[in-house]
Write a protein that binds this ligand. Structure first.
Ligand code: G4P
Length: 529
């Protein structure tokens, strides 16, 4: 028999939504919360967003650009299951942040705009999911607008993502002619009624007379023919292939009209996996931590600042991997050995933050702290465990940063270190010279950074072009490393954990030194810990 711990973990569904901006991620989030009973009226998520923006200056960027740059977690209990929805930032400049968030998700919902199909950002995010073998459910949104032919949409999924689409529903028309969807497994029709404030009518057997109230005879024939065609042309949904990341169940709907959303939520409950064992190492031995293990363990996948500007707090988002966490518990950070008493852990229930009295594998708790916890930290009761696979990416843009008022140089150092600890940007301190080099995956990160430095630290900074274009973490034997460092003093730097980094002027130079120094390993990513 399964232990109570394993049973608790088994009822968790921790997932993220991935999409190209504008496909409807925010709207779907809101309607999933509505379907899950976490909020009562649509508009609540946005209202909360406005509220938050009004209180926090730097989030003006979000408002001005109309994008979401902060990720958060929302938890809701529905039909006996506990859902943790991880919000991923929508803008492509934040792909590193998104990647990290996806390390904490057990499944993803891919939202496609029915009129657009697979868009560039969908593809990028999908690749991240594939890298981590995260099973994906597909929601084809905006069926209430003119859409591409559904056969074409499925072809795109198969062609561009090399993923077998298995439709569970099939749409009858789109836009003004959208009538609803056929549940291919139950052979029942779910009618869509435009502009209705009434609850949607219940499903009706497709082969029965009731369906005639919703579909004209030629529409019944058309739907019947295309459903037959798609059932013949596509593979039947196979939960195993889905869990292995080869197949995606496809849902059609309209998030805005709350159509197809309940079906998606049910699908998540039925098919999305509960937390799995996670790879880790203990005293240099590789191991797996099963969700039902007694020791409380987890890793920090994000550090969020300024959720409450009245307290200069940072909140470390801890994804629990095993055990039963209870408030007040002491946990140890593996790489620093520091022990923290987690007295005010937070869980995020739609509009509110609440103290978490207990939490299990799959849950995410926010731990307020003042810089003790970093992205990639592994926490556990013994402190002996380290989770694998939370890399730091080599930044794609490097800039030299200077503060306008030279008297504030010390201030700048502390502020930059803080932002790097949160994982907002990466910080490199060259061995020679006094200027810091900051690295980011996209241009927008510099703007966010400048804004935060001005508002939170009263520092006016200038980002200047840096002579360097690439950063690589280096490792190797002691003597070889010393030799390499000695020969490249002008190009060596340390990251915030004092790890050596080689800064190159071009990717050509990276190739050149890689060939000349075969005893040195050059890494694009570095695992923390
Ligand atoms: P995102 O988070 O993926 O960027 O997308 P978001 O939910 O903000 O949706 C982008 C736009 O698409 C919004 O319109 C939203 O109302 C609309 N939308 C989302 N789902 C549906 C749907 O199922 N059907 C239709 N017709 N529209 C949908 P907007 O005009 O940009 O914003 P707003 O003024 O409505 O807030």
């Amino acid at each position: 028999m399964s232990s109570p711990l394993a049973l608790e973990a088994a009822r968790r569904r921790t997932f993220a939504i991935i999409s190209h901006p504008d496909a409807g991620k925010t709207t779907l989030t809101e309607h999933l919360l509505l379907a899950g009973g976490a909020i009562r009226a649509a508009g609540a998520v946005r209202a909360r967003g406005e509220n938050r923006r009004a209180r926090s200056d730097w989030m003006k960027i979000e408002q001005e650009r109309g994008i979401s740059v902060t990720a958060s977690v929302m938890t809701f209990d529905h039909d006996g299951l506990m859902y943790n929805l991880l919000d991923t930032p929508g803008h492509e400049d934040f792909s590193e942040d998104t990647y990290r968030t996806l390390t904490a998700a057990d499944a993803a919902v891919m939202v496609l705009d029915a009129a657009k199909g697979i868009e560039p950002q969908t593809l990028k995010l999908f690749e991240v999911c594939r890298l981590r073998d995260i099973p994906i459910l597909t929601f084809i949104n905006k069926m209430d607008r003119e859409a591409l032919d559904p056969f074409e949409l499925l072809d795109e999924i198969a062609g561009k993502l090399a993923l077998d689409p298995a439709p569970l529903y099939w749409p009858a028309g789109s836009g003004l002619r959208f009538r609803g969807v056929l549940d291919l497994r139950a052979d029942s029709f779910i009618p869509y009624v435009r502009n209705s404030d009434e609850p949607l009518p219940p499903p009706t057997p497709f082969r029965g007379a009731g369906v005639e109230s919703y579909l004209a005879p030629e529409e019944i024939e058309e739907l019947s023919d295309s459903a037959e065609l798609i059932l013949g042309a596509s593979k039947t949904f196979d939960p195993k292939a889905f869990l292995e990341g080869h197949m995606t169940p496809v849902f059609f709907g309209s998030a805005l009209r709350h159509f197809g959303v309940e079906e998606l939520l049910d699908g998540l409950g039925l098919f999305a996996p509960p937390p799995k064992p996670v790879s880790a190492s203990r005293s240099a031995h590789d191991t797996h931590i099963a969700p039902g293990e007694k020791e409380v363990t987890g890793f920090v996948f994000k550090v969020q600042a300024n959720m409450d500007p009245n307290h200069r707090d940072r909140i470390a988002m801890l994804r629990l991997c095993s055990g039963k966490f209870t408030r007040g518990m002491k946990l140890k950070v593996q790489n620093t050995g520091r022990q923290i008493s987690v007295n005010s852990p937070i869980m995020f229930f739609a509009a509110d933050r609440e103290l978490a009295e207990e939490a299990y594998a799959g849950d995410v708790i926010g731990i307020p702290n003042h810089g003790v916890l970093r992205v990639g930290d592994s926490l556990s009761e013994t402190g002996a465990l380290r989770f694998q696979g939370l890399p730091n990416f080599a930044p794609e843009i490097l800039r030299r940063v200077r503060v306008k008022d030279p008297l504030k140089a010390k201030h700048l150092k502390r502020a930059l270190e803080g932002l790097a600890e949160e994982g907002v940007t990466q910080l490199f301190r060259p061995m020679l010279g006094a200027d810091f080099i900051v690295g980011a995956v996209g241009q927008l990160q510099f703007e966010v950074m400048a804004d935060r430095l001005a508002n939170e630290f009263q520092l006016e900074v200038i980002f200047e072009p840096s002579p360097f274009a690439e950063a690589r973490w280096v490792s190797g034997g002691k003597a070889e490393l010393e030799d390499f460092t000695g020969k490249h003093r002008n190009a060596m730097a340390e990251d915030i954990d004092q790890q050596p980094v080689f800064l190159a002027k071009s990717s050509w130079e990276v190739g050149y030194v890689t060939e000349r120094f075969p005893a040195i390993d050059f890494h694009r990513t570095r695992e923390r810990g």
